[in-house]
Design a protein around this ligand. Structure first.
Ligand code: SR1
Ligand code: MG
Ligand code: MG
Ligand code: MG
Length: 390
């Protein structure tokens, strides 16, 4: 079958019939409903549901979905994602969705439907906007979520490090997990474009002067160069590679309930610097905290910022017995360098943070300035971590 791009219900159902998966959802294909739930930047995702069950269908188009056909991209990236899921299923089975089917001809992956859970970034955004509208909100136990994510990063990187695997298995994993196309995207969209005057960049008017200065600051250029060098030259353990709050799902409400946290979308996975996943998660939790702070919701800001501490502790616990304090300090310094770059790109690059963009204009401006300033400070001096009041 050549289904081409899946765009509508009939295409998705026809694909499920071709893949012999429709019977797991319904006795008759007519009873299957489909909705598109694309949320990330790269791919398209649909949920198909019938009386017998539901599945998520993800397809990589031959371009970056959010930009369109003007940004061609090899769709066989879905293979890299499937490889990463296979590794993660072995190492952290409870923390990733189960994969039901992979089709490297149509660039389709079918997996467990997690749509009962909430994407963490969406949950955090809804909390702030609902409060601004005077509506009731779900509580989100960010401290507990931070512990799970920190443990995930710690156990994943530790169990795939050279220390755990030995030289030859580690080298094999590094080769197998090589992901040059997606690593090139990180160099472009996280560590490249935000530091140049390119059409993809956008920012709020309050950042105008700061952005112009950023592009002409040789100390910033040198700092970005240092982070890029760490990114490309430190194979230390298997990473998710894009571990922001849009790559984490949680069952809400999660206060007083068993925690159900899943990490998904590992298409950027590769063997890289241990600090990167931590830094990306920290940056996005700090962005969520600063958004709440700018909206006058100090209690939420404090709760969100606490995820940095709990993830840091859980990460350290996974490495504690084998790593020297100096090594862990170095990982944390590098993590804050990545966090700085991530914060900057989330306010001026192509993939900006919904946490900020969905705030009313004045609050968005205040939060964007706070995120930019902290990101720039962390980039220039990652040794101490954030110095802000939250
Ligand atoms: C063009 S957007 C590129 C970004 O999307 C992915 O979600 C990654 O975060 C990447 O940096
Ligand atoms: Mg993603
Ligand atoms: Mg994606
Ligand atoms: Mg390729």
């Amino acid at each position: 079958m050549s289904s081409g791009l899946l765009t509508d219900r009939d295409g998705v159902v026809a694909y499920l019939e071709f893949a012999h998966l429709s019977a797991t959802l319904a006795d008759e294909a007519d009873h299957i409903t489909v909705r598109e739930v694309t949320a990330g930047n790269m791919n398209r995702v649909f949920i198909a549901e019938g009386p017998l069950g539901s599945l998520a269908i993800k397809q990589a188009p031959p371009f970056i979905n959010v930009i369109g056909e003007g940004a061609p991209m090899d769709p066989s990236r879905i293979g890299a994602e499937a490889r990463a899921y296979a590794q993660l299923a072995r190492l952290a089975p409870d923390t990733v969705p189960a994969i039901a089917h992979l089709d490297l001809d149509e660039y389709v992956m079918v997996m467990e439907d997690l749509s009962e859970l909430t994407v963490l970034r969406d949950g955090l955004v809804d909390q702030v906007t609902a409060r601004l509208a005077g509506e009731a909100t779900s509580e989100i136990d960010c401290a507990a979520i931070g512990s799970v994510v920190g443990r995930f990063i710690g156990e994943l990187t530790f169990s795939t490090s050279e220390t755990s695997l030995g030289r030859s298995a580690f080298e094999e994993l590094t080769r197998e997990s090589s992901n040059p196309d997606l690593c090139a995207l990180t160099l472009q969209y996280v560590l490249g474009e935000p530091y140049r005057d390119v059409a993809n960049n956008h920012w709020v008017p309050a950042l105008e002067g700061r952005v112009r200065q950023l592009w002409n600051d040789s100390a910033v250029a040198a700092a970005v160069e240092r982070v890029s060098k760490v990114f490309t030259e430190s194979p230390q353990g298997l990473l998710h590679g894009d571990l922001h709050t849009g790559s984490v799902m949680v069952r809400l409400p999660n206060v007083g309930h068993d925690l159900d946290v899943k990490v998904f979308d590992p298409e950027f996975s590769f063997v890289g610097p241990i600090g990167m996943d931590l830094g990306l998660f920290w940056a996005n939790m700090r962005i969520a905290a600063m958004a709440a702070d700018a909206a006058g919701q100090t209690d939420l800001a404090v709760m969100r910022a606490s995820a940095v501490d709990t993830s840091r502790e859980a990460f350290r616990a996974a490495w504690q017995d084998t790593a020297s304090p100096e090594f862990l300090d170095q990982v944390e310094r590098e993590a804050w360098g990545f966090a700085g770059a991530e914060m900057i790109r989330r306010v001026i690059g192509v993939a900006r943070a919904a946490d900020l963009e969905l705030l009313p204009a004045d609050e968005c401006a205040a939060a964007s300035v706070a995120v930019f300033d902290e990101g720039r400070s962390l980039l220039l001096d990652p040794s101490t971590g954030p110095v802000a009041h939250i």
